[in-house]
Design a protein around this ligand. Structure first.
Ligand SMILES: *Cc1c(COP(=O)(O)O)cnc(C)c1O
Length: 225
């Protein structure tokens, strides 16, 4: 069998994903044919960040693909992904969580989510600060939600070449995960995911206890916007 360039990239990346960590192949802006190439090698978890793009891809690709939503999600878009999404990694408000609960109920399913943590230094990035995250959990409304399952944290490191800074940020996220686990999820085995690491920093992320790495460019090449 001959492998395409994307397939060779996927195999090389997959070989470096450590035990206890899973690969989310980030396919945004890449065609369904590229996703299918990865699917043919056994990859099942894909990440997309735009609802409309995801909707079209989901409709035309195999139904056993596990889609992770990794972009900023507007509340009015939740209804479109609620029927099939495997995990929404970018929950950053109680308002969004409420809408996911509402749509989960409508679809008679429990939707897995991650809380998006803002650790990086850039101001433009979305996500909850550690304090906002603590507050959301302390207020406790999530405990009544039967159609949402909070499975862990997602974060992005600063966009920098400074490896020490990246390592420091992922370590901070990992420590914060432990704090939340202890305070709110001690008896909840579902709270187990730490989604950090992209093409440029996933090796560092894995050393900082990542359980999901979200890799696009290193598999699919540069995105065509
Ligand atoms: C695009 C994106 C990725 C993948 O980034 P690459 O550098 O292409 O690997 C990972 N996470 C999020 C949230 C993204 O938006």
């Amino acid at each position: 069998m001959e492998f395409t360039e994307i397939q060779q990239n996927l195999k090389a990346i997959a070989a470096t994903v450590t035990d206890g960590c899973r690969l989310v192949a980030v396919s945004k802006y890449h065609p369904t044919s590229a996703i299918q190439e990865c699917y043919n090698l056994g990859q099942r978890v894909f990440g997309e960040s735009h609802e409309q793009e995801l909707r079209l891809k989901q409709a035309s690709l195999p139904k056993d693909i596990q889609w992770h939503f990794i972009g900023h999600l507007q509340t009015n878009k939740v209804k479109y992904i609620a029927p099939y999404i495997t995990m929404i990694e970018t929950v950053d408000s109680i308002k969004l969580l409420r809408e996911i609960e509402r749509q989960g109920a409508k679809n008679n399913r429990c939707i897995n989510v991650l809380l998006e943590l803002h650790i990086a230094q850039e101001e433009t990035k979305y996500g909850l600060t550690k304090d906002a995250c603590r507050q959301l959990l302390e207020e406790g409304e999530w405990r009544e939600m039967e159609h949402v399952r909070i499975c862990g944290l997602m974060t992005m490191a600063s966009n920098t070449d400074n490896e020490e800074q990246i390592r420091q940020e992922f370590t901070e996220a990992a420590n914060f995960f432990d704090e939340l686990k202890e305070r709110f999820f001690k008896d909840d085995a579902s709270f187990s995911e730490r989604s950090w690491g992209m093409s440029g920093d996933y090796l560092i992320a894995q050393q900082c206890r990542s359980t999901l790495v979200r890799i696009g460019t290193a598999i699919f090449g540069e995105r065509q916007y």
